[in-house]
Design a protein around this ligand. Sequence first.
Ligand SMILES: C[S@@+](CC[C@H](N)C(=O)[O-])C[C@H]1O[C@@H](n2cnc3c(N)ncnc32)[C@H](O)[C@@H]1O
Length: 753
Amino acid sequence: MAILEDSGAGPLCTCNQSKVLADDKKNVARCIKKIEPRTPVRGSPRSKSSQGRVNSRLKEKSDDKKPSNGSKRKRLSDDTKVLLVEDIGCRSDLEMGCNNGHARVNDSVMVKETLRVFTTFYLRFVQEEEKRCLKPKDDVHFSNGSENNNGNAYDDHAKSLTKRPDLKAISEMVRSNKILYRKKIGHLPGIKVGQQFLSRAEMVAVGLHGDWLNGIDYIGETCKMEEYRKFTLPVAVSIILSGQYEDDVDNSEVVYTGQGGNGLLGNKHQIKYQVMCRGNLVLKLTGFKVNLGKSEMVPVGEVQKMYQRGEGRVPTLYPFEVGEGSQVQFWQDRWCGDQPLSMAIPDLYDFSLACDALADSLLGGQSDREPGNWDNNMYQDLPIRVIRGHKCAGSYTHKIYTYDGLYKVDHCWNERSAFGFNVFKYRLRQIEGQPKLVTNQVDFARQLVSKGCSELNGLVCKDISGGQENIRIPATNVCDVLPVAPSGFKYIKSNRVAKNVIIPPNAPGCNCKGKCTNAEKCSCARLNGNDFPYVHHDGGRLVEPRDVVFECGPRCGCGPSCLNRTSQRGLKYQLEVYCTKDKGWAVRSRDLIPSGAPVCEYIGFLRKSDELDNVSGNDYIFDIDCWQTMNGIGGRERRLRDVSIPSSNHAKERNDHISETGPEFCIDAGLYGNVARFINHSCEPNLFVQCVLSSHHDVRLARVVLFAADNILPMQELTYDYGYELDSVTGPDGKIKELPCYCGTADCRKRLY
Ligand SMILES: C[S@@+](CC[C@H](N)C(=O)[O-])C[C@H]1O[C@@H](n2cnc3c(N)ncnc32)[C@H](O)[C@@H]1O
């Protein structure tokens, strides 16, 4: 299954890749500013002493103190490694500009951050489009590349969106030089074989496949990049095998059908002849070695194109073949039985001369090619990245793309397709020594991951929520080391409140009816900086992290399907609690979770923080430090989106007091809690914490909601950054406690605290 589509675009390359000299994370940390786009979180268990608690947003702390997650308690904080949309640049610029060529950001982090930047642009454009299309009904539908797929109101689309937010996002990234790699041959640092992408635009953003439309991406002849001076261009860099041609065979030896000639109806049928030009020519020149002494096809597509232009007869010409002896043969309408034309060429082993001679002959001496331009292309023996595209209902584009490593073209021919038309064929072989795609990746692409509960390996509990959640949460244990929860633990779906904690009365709501759609009229939207924080896409995604999100609440006029209640709808993804070897229980999703989607709220017993200051051994306490974050207190780094705390806000009145004392309230999920209490820490997390206010507006008692920071593929562990400060946790004996981190990421800080 493979495709080649039209690839007329020239190279985009203008940036020079700098040489990376060494890892220097301190420099990197300095140069990478905090993020606006989606970011991970911090929070963590508590320790005995709460003073000196820091969270990840601390700017003034030395790097060796930053590493862990927050304080002893979980905090609401951003990830230290997320880049500002405005700050990220193409790889070489980042390394050179920020680090004077001496530092190197972890490659996989760079890839992740670039995708986050893409998502932020993407969701901003989605939001723009949704606003544009907003008529009496707020239902919209993206025509391509961003289809909705969830059973919500958004699906009854009343109007199609004609603009492509994914393409707009890519254009914006190109314009602002935020594409990570451009026109690179071979593996790309930070992108492993098996890595999956949800759209072609994402692959363009990181540079895995730089052409958003065509199946072949290549470096064109006009490329001025220094590093390609030594090559004769064009050369192919990547191809996408998408199963669009009926003749393709798909395994580690791939037969790739050339581009063109198939109908655009999606039925893979070949409807006309293919022509040896553009992508077909590039691919051939990249890897096909011609032995002119034998009878093999040679790449003369350019000649053919010129001929076609001159004669206006398309497409009746087929590739030349070099025959035995000194004949070069050319067929007109080979399949219809016309006699081949043939001519003698002066030197069989000088391929360029042969082609030029033919061109001259066919064009009456009007060839615009300099002799000698052909030959260097044939012998460069360069690898091609192969990406496999599959249909995938869970993806916002309904497609998933899996990087399958480097291949080389080792044979090329043309043949009649099943529909009777001439097609070009390329045999690509995977270069030895690369990992093979693993079952999960392939299974996911083929929709095989989601299983019913009863089929899960090591199932120990069908639903830890005991039917409280709208989706069952099974627990599996193939390690055989732990009970599902400590004795006495009780699953709860909403917070319990300690007697000495007073929940403020419900805030006055907006006057909207049905669903809130007009940000100027909706008083809740006004609190969010005159905007709705979510887009309808995928059933509600947060466009970007904010200090606090104001959702509609009990006194609002809108109903439960209002978009501005996105985080109040309970679980949407099929979560599973499972046992790990060294971190105890953990949580993963059996569904794909799109970046910006709410995953779950951190639920527990709402209590005063100071009551827990001397409690040790409770690893499930989350400080609500929303106010501190909003005000940059204790070095916390602010998020950049404006919000306006209502003047009646209780916390605002107590501003100074709060500043001094740190978080006043926390959520203790030690004995009462929900699935969030099983989510582990990672130094490179895929969730971020977002404070949300819905019923009241007291930030000291904000809800703590975990959102996806990335597109999270099925079976990946869900994690957030606990945000402890190193050495901040002390035991009952007053000694500093250390807890090793087993998150396993490249830049792991080695200790939680
Ligand atoms: C909120 S609980 C998370 C769920 C926990 N794993 C369980 O079994 O209930 C926090 C505790 O999990 C463990 N943990 C979480 N993340 C970890 C990590 N990256 N490395 C090691 N242990 C971790 C630590 O024991 C930590 O105190």
